[in-house]
Design a protein around this ligand. Structure first.
Ligand code: FUB
Length: 322
């Protein structure tokens, strides 16, 4: 090997080993929907902490014209005004879970007692099928590390309900006013279970939730004394929802919340209140020319309620919420 080649190789190795802290946050301005156009981002989950809105999203990397999921990492965006955004240097890699072999599907972050827990979907190395892992950090922008060293949910824990290997995806996590935390997830079949206060162990059985035409992407939120369970329905996906006065159900189906999102067969929503306004955060495939079901982009629109607590149909806009 000549010296020049050796130097180039060493340079490449050094770049690969560059720690996230040595990389830089970058900023961008959202001029409408999609909010970010410099890369493809999907499956948004959102969190408000200390007056800042954080969005956690998988990085769709599938090169055109291929049509499959290629998602190795999740990215973190933040904003204080829904216009000026920071993309944080730190990214959580699917392979930072040693027991996982990649595939950074949908995820969600929640805060408890000053710690931030990031529940993720990944492919398991030894238990065939999708699994759910959890990483923890002292800050909403990381660095995160595997909180258990093992999956919290594996496909073999749910085989009595369905034989498919991709039913254990799309975790949503919710902490009720009494402090009890719940993990909900699923594809084709929706499930939930209580979490212990440590947020990294189940505290009871896995219970199936029956919802009409459930596909995936459950999201739990609460407003007043109503619990809302929104989810992706059918395929291509619309977002539907159900309501209940009890987190354990029964859930009353309330219909479609969001129609099929432009040029994407998935839609994946997060719902939360920020500075007195409720928002619906989702993805579409609207970026020309290569956007689509495997090159998706995050969008934000307003969410409004009716006087009886039901949610108004989302109006997806090009202008967004600026
Ligand atoms: O991004 C991969 C999968 O597509 C997610 O886990 C689903 O919710 C769907 O959006």
């Amino acid at each position: 090997m000549n010296n020049l080649f050796k130097t180039i190789l060493m340079g490449c190795a050094a770049m690969a080993a560059l720690p996230a802290t040595a990389q830089k946050d970058t900023t961008f301005v959202a001029t409408g929907n999609p909010i970010a156009t410099h890369k493809y981002l999907a499956d948004p989950a959102a969190l408000v902490h200390d007056g800042t809105l954080y969005i956690y999203a998988g990085h769709d990397e599938c090169p055109p014209p291929a049509q499959h999921y290629l998602i190795n990492e999740w990215c973190i965006l933040s904003t204080k005004d829904m216009v000026n955004f920071t993309e944080h240097a730190y990214k959580l890699q699917a392979n930072s879970f040693e027991w996982a072999k990649g595939e950074a599907w949908a995820s969600q972050v929640i805060e408890r007692d000053g710690k931030f827990y990031w529940y993720v979907t990944v492919e398991h190395k030894t238990v065939p099928g999708k699994s759910i892992g959890v990483a923890v950090a002292d800050s909403p922008i990381g660095p995160f590390k595997d909180a258990r060293g093992s999956a919290i949910i594996t496909n073999d824990m749910t085989t009595e309900h369905t034989s498919i290997s991709w039913d254990d995806i799309d975790p949503t996590v919710f902490i009720d006013d009494d402090g009890q935390a719940y993990l909900m997830w699923g594809n084709t079949q929706c499930y939930y279970a209580k979490l212990k206060d440590n947020m990294i162990e189940l505290d009871g059985p896995i219970i199936p939730v029956d919802l009409p035409r459930f596909t995936e992407a459950p999201w739990l939120h609460k407003r007043g004394d109503w619990y809302y369970l929104s989810y992706a329905s059918e395929f291509p996906e619309k977002i539907c929802y159900a309501m209940s006065k009890n987190i354990n159900g029964p859930w009353e189906y309330k219909g479609i919340l969001n129609e099929i999102a432009g040029n994407s067969n998935t839609n994946h929503q997060a719902i939360l209140e920020y500075n007195g306004q409720w928002y619906f955060i989702y993805h579409n495939g609207a970026i020309n020319h290569d956007g689509g079901s495997y090159r998706r982009s995050v969008c934000i629109d307003k969410l409004e309620y009716n006087p009886d607590g039901t949610m108004k149909r989302i109006v997806m806009t090009t202008e967004g919420v600026q």
